[in-house]
Design a protein around this ligand. Structure first.
Ligand SMILES: Cc1ncc(COP(=O)(O)O)c(C=O)c1O
Length: 354
């Protein structure tokens, strides 16, 4: 086939974002770290009432931003809403990095990071995780050079589940020049039970080069509505707003997010059920002999190494759709409680057969 259009070579070579596999009717989809619960009835009511799709949304998401600003005790310009927190990360990258620049992040981490960096034309600098799956923040700070424009810290880290401690994060911030933007991706913050873990919201006032990303996709169960937010310095978020595609945050997303915050207690009760299940699943896997890193998101990580592809097939046959990152490991989301027996049965079979 002839390809007449001249594409940027690095984009033509870029594999498209690989979404977690869809599951058939009998399988459990534990491949995308989704929330197994339907939205609350009150949230569904709001959605029904906001079905006016012939009108554009409020492009500034002012209602949601003012609720969040009040909640975090910051100004409305220190809050930014996006069509998923991933959109905001893309905007921040476009605002800071260009060809010749570098973006530092831990690896393995969220699979979207490399592609987003490539799109800007900048170069990814991937710093290997420690053996326990946690970020090596000292090595990440040491990887910062004059060419670095942005560093991503992911806590809890997708897919390994480990968190960064407040202590280590503060040391890291002290080592990174203020001219470098640090993005703390806290997509799974609500699932964290470790008291020593960093909590970005308490640190943004202190650091003029820190932006914290949060999302309604995970704990609040609104993944399909694409709504996330950032807290950080107004001038940095203004730059993100300048690179954003206008009007991409839907009215339904904004209103469902506000309604979810109004009914947060009920939602967080569901989160604590997922957390309890996560801790039980992790313990059962450890009892089977697996070396599972501390899980602080809504997922667990199995270091299956060179056996990853075959192990994923075992889960697939058992009706458990997982996310395989060969040759490193498998990430399994904590979903319906009915999936747990199947999940543990398949994990046991992997131990027996590989
Ligand atoms: C670490 C991390 N950050 C960001 C996201 C994207 O979330 P959103 O749905 O808000 O774009 C994900 C989703 O899986 C994630 O794992």
């Amino acid at each position: 086939m002839t390809v007449p259009v001249r594409l940027r070579p690095e984009i033509a070579a870029l594999p498209p974002y690989r979404q977690g596999k869809q599951a058939d009717a009998h399988a459990f989809k534990l491949s995308s770290n989704e929330n197994p619960f339907e939205p609350l009835p009150a949230v569904l009511d709001v959605l029904r009432d906001s079905l006016q799709v012939n009108r554009y949304p409020d492009g500034a998401a002012s209602g949601l931003r003012s609720v969040l600003a009040e909640r975090f005790g910051v100004g409305i310009d220190e809050v930014h809403a996006g069509a998923g927190s991933i959109s905001i990360l893309s905007q921040l990258l476009l605002a800071t990095a260009q060809p010749g620049d570098e973006v530092v992040y831990a690896w393995r981490s969220f699979e979207a990071y490399p592609g987003l960096v490539t799109v800007t034309g900048a170069t990814s600098v991937q710093v290997p995780n420690r053996a326990d799956g946690s970020h090596d923040l000292e090595a990440m700070a040491a990887a910062v050079t004059d060419a670095t424009r942005l560093v991503i810290v992911c806590s809890p880290n997708n897919p390994t589940g480990e968190v960064v401690s407040t202590h280590d994060f503060e040391r890291f911030m002290a080592a990174v020049p203020e001219s470098v933007l640090v993005v703390l991706d806290e997509a799974y913050a609500e699932f964290v039970t470790d008291d020593t873990a960093v909590q970005g919201e308490s640190l943004t006032e202190k650091h003029p080069n820190l932006v914290v990303l949060r999302t309604f996709s995970k704990a609040y169960g609104l993944a399909g509505l694409r709504i996330g937010y950032a807290i950080g310095p107004a001038y940095v978020l203004d730059a993100a707003r300048s690179t954003a595609i206008a009007l991409s945050v839907t009215a339904m997303g904004q209103q469902a997010a506000i309604a979810s915050l109004e009914h947060e207690e009920e939602l967080l009760e569901r989160v604590s059920r997922i957390v309890r299940l996560r801790d039980q699943v992790r313990q059962a896997l450890i009892d089977q002999g697996w070396d599972v890193p501390r899980a602080q998101g809504n997922f667990v990580w199995l270091p299956t190494g060179e056996h990853t592809a075959r192990a994923a097939e075992v889960f697939d046959r058992a009706g458990i759709v997982v996310r395989a990152f060969a040759p490193e490991g498998i990430r399994i989301s904590i979903g319906e409680s009915a999936s747990v027996d199947k999940l543990l049965g398949a994990a046991q079979e992997v131990v027996r057969s590989l």
